[in-house]
Design a protein around this ligand. Sequence first.
Ligand code: KIV
Ligand code: ZN
Length: 503
Amino acid sequence: MRYIKIFDTTLRDGEQSPGCSMNLSEKIEMAKQLEKLGVNIIEAGFAIASPMDFKSVQAIAAAVNTCTVASLARCTKGDIDAAWDAVKEANHPRIHVFLATSDIHMEYKLRMTREEVLASISEMVGYAKSKCPDIEFSAEDASRSDPAFLAKCYTAAVAAGATTLNVPDTVGYSTPQEMADLITYLRANVIDIDQVDISVHCHDDLGLAVANSLACIQAGAVQVECTVNGIGERAGNASLEEVVMALKTRGDFYGAQTQINTRQIYKSSKLLSNITGALISPSKAIVGANAFAHESGIHQHGVIANAQTYEIMKSTDVGIPQNTMVLGKHSGKHALREKLVSMGYELADGELDDVFARFKALADKKKTITGSDIEALILNRRHTGIDSCQLISHVINAGDGMPNTSCVKIKRDNKILQEVAIGSGPLDASFKAINQMLGIRVSLDSFSLNAVTDGEDAIGEAVVKISDGTGNSYTGTGLSTDIIESSIRAYVNGINKMIEATA
Ligand code: KIV
Ligand code: ZN
């Protein structure tokens, strides 16, 4: 079996996608989960992009132990200095230097000649190497570059000290055969390429990112760059869970394996979706709600007779919790702990007490508590404790043909605030009341509501995107069996993030 490294760029390329921005504590939480998942390299961000990006890369470098932590840098000394300053305290730091090599990018974006690009690669990869032993070089838009020139660029990068050569299909234009041919060509034409790792980075504009990545592995790539849930620029990057499960399920065909703990896939996917508010399509491979559901009678009959008739993977292999042990209002802390352990959550005593209190409150509203309910409780924990605003209570008076009013009570930094407002609906009235009591101007950019558990008493998850008028937007999520409450919680959660970012 060949060994394939997983380079996760959820926190860099993924975070660049609209609506997927994360704050510092969310990035650290996600990075820790990526470490549990077993990725080899975490691309933590683009350190020069903003002081906040720098801070996040630095914090992730300090927070993780076993993974390599990379920061992206253009071919400039300023970028490389910032990248190094941000990752240098990591146990395994990496600088990821990139420069475009396609004619269209060089002429219109960089306004550089081929000679200038080559010289810049030699100089800047060498400069990065003088700081850090682990250097990755990416030729942006490699798949649309002249292959002979591309080979010269990679040769220059290896000569200057690059230890990984990354081949991006930046605009998601290539087909699997073309990507495989390009890897084969580079292996034959880049001097000393056998001394370094070949990596691939595919975007999904034509829905081919995973197929292209797998084709490159067959042609000799040993590192795949990907993101959880496939988030990323435009149509996204290659999805980590799809690449990993394709290699695992079809080990017979690819003869390759990763060090990913696949049982952590589902948790990683859920955590990211909860942080960003980006919902996962039900039919998404591996982590979609329907990925392991059998609807038709013929399929159900086959699966009951022998699961392998229609199942090529086990849902437990990707860590999907089984809804077998159902809890209720008489269940004790011990039963809850056992359920949590079976779902892969090991909580410290204090955390368990907190989840247990929430569990009891939920059990008063819901007859039976399933694995999905408990998972929702765990994800919801993320939104409490350090928040400056906490929802205490709300009273709604709503109906057709009458003014909708809402009275909301919030605790802000130990002070109780209360306000009543009229709106076009119960949510409009509640959001107005909150804005008035906090004296802030917030615009609501989008709102969605989704049942995250089953049944009439399902838990509803609300996701709001709000902005502060200066181009910054924040995602808030909230959970409750009462959809008005989950919506108000989501709004307050978004405002807490806004307050934290501007503090
Ligand atoms: O898509 C791309 O080309 C990139 C590079 C910076 C690796 O994200
Ligand atoms: Zn990219």
